[in-house]
Design a protein around this ligand. Structure first.
Ligand code: ATP
Ligand code: MG
Length: 331
């Protein structure tokens, strides 16, 4: 069977990159796959999260999924820490993955920054937990943004080594699903850096809960250049900020970058940003409104997560029991 697993960290500031690179694709997959969508709270605490804030961030992430079209009656929606198998399998994978593999992970280098000695051990072994999230359900497909490609390759390496070491075809080799124009949305301040929840600058990202005035201001302040829009997208080479804004427009309107350039050929970014603002407001406002509506009833969200957790537990239990037997654990 084909099974989809994906997740996002409840680290606050859900943004347009999360929507275009992940959430809206999750919604599209619901009719063709069995889908499991997780709020990965155990990943979030690899960097400091205030315990009181974390609870609401988890609910807000779940609200963002639902507002983006994830339907809890079709898909399983839960928070990771509810299902203990994630942590159990992550430990086994800590013993399967090699230090050399983790040393190659670029996200760790980016997130740990200069003061690597002071990063949490969790941040370092994060990709092993991510492999456990996916393989605990033997998921075959994982829809993610381009930034997660390297971690998915590691997941396949772990699956393969486990299968070799323990002499069984335990795990599938999971395929990434990196879909469409929105797979890599960049920062509004620096077109060479991805848009991130953890970027300290609010002006770097479009949050799913920004109001129309804030969206307009952020787009107006977005970095660009003084050149005009060319007829073809390939002529945006070497202009990362311009490429990014055209890419966002294309993704939101389901157009190609060439079609967007064709429409705005010869215009400057002053004009283009006005049109972009209208499109962003038009697409983001319904999500914002739905998130606000959902957040007014935290008990409803909690009940969805609890029910989803029970379903996830039921799927993972026999898989984890098999894995532990293969490793040689007495039960
Ligand atoms: P953080 O900075 O805390 O890591 P994040 O913005 O990277 O936050 P994640 O929770 O790590 O968000 O990722 C959730 C999903 O959103 C993943 O599938 C990831 O690939 C996708 N994603 C994150 N940022 C972008 C982006 N800029 N463009 C497209 N997809 C993205
Ligand atoms: Mg991330």
């Amino acid at each position: 069977t084909n099974r989809v697993f994906s997740g996002a960290q409840p680290s606050g500031n859900m943004h347009l990159g999360n929507y275009l690179g992940a959430f809206r694709n999750w919604a599209k997959l619901q009719d063709d796959f069995e889908c499991i969508y997780c709020v990965v709270d155990m990943h979030a605490i690899t960097v400091w999260q205030d315990p009181e804030d974390l609870k609401n961030q988890v609910r807000e992430a779940a609200a963002a999924y639902i507002a983006s079209g994830v339907d809890p009656s079709k898909s399983i929606l839960f928070n990771q820490s509810r299902v203990p198998g994630h942590a159990e399998l992550a430990w086994i994978f800590n013993c399967v993955a090699r230090i050399g593999w983790l040393n190659r992970m670029t996200q760790f280098k980016d997130k740990a920054g200069k003061n690597r000695e002071n990063a949490s051990v969790g941040l370092y072994v994060y990709p092993n937990l991510m492999a456990a999230d996916i393989l605990l359900y033997k998921a075959t497909h994982v829809p993610v943004g381009e930034d997660q490609k390297q971690h998915l390759e590691l997941t396949r390496d772990i699956a393969q080594k486990f299968n070799n070491d323990f002499g069984r075809e335990m795990f599938p080799l999971t395929e990434p699903l990196i879909l469409g124009e929105g797979a890599r949305v960049m920062s509004l301040r620096d077109g060479t850096k991805k848009m991130s929840k953890s970027d300290p600058s609010e002006y770097s990202r479009i949050n799913l809960n920004d109001d129309a005035d804030t969206l307009a201001l952020k787009i107006r302040k977005a970095k660009t250049d003084a050149e005009l829009l060319p007829a073809l997208a390939k002529d945006l080479e070497g202009r990362p900020e311009a490429q990014n804004l055209v890419g966002i427009y294309a993704a939101l309107m389901d157009m190609s970058r060439d079609a967007v350039c064709g429409q705005f050929e010869g215009k400057g970014f002053g004009d283009f940003k006005k049109a972009l603002t209208d499109v962003v407001v038009d697409k983001v406002a319904p999500i914002t409104n739905e998130m606000t509506r959902l957040m007014a009833d935290p008990a409803y969200i909690d009940s969805i997560l609890q029910q989803g957790g029970e379903k996830a537990q039921a799927i993972s239990e026999p898989i984890l029991a098999d894995i532990k037997k293969a490793v040689g654990f007495l039960a």
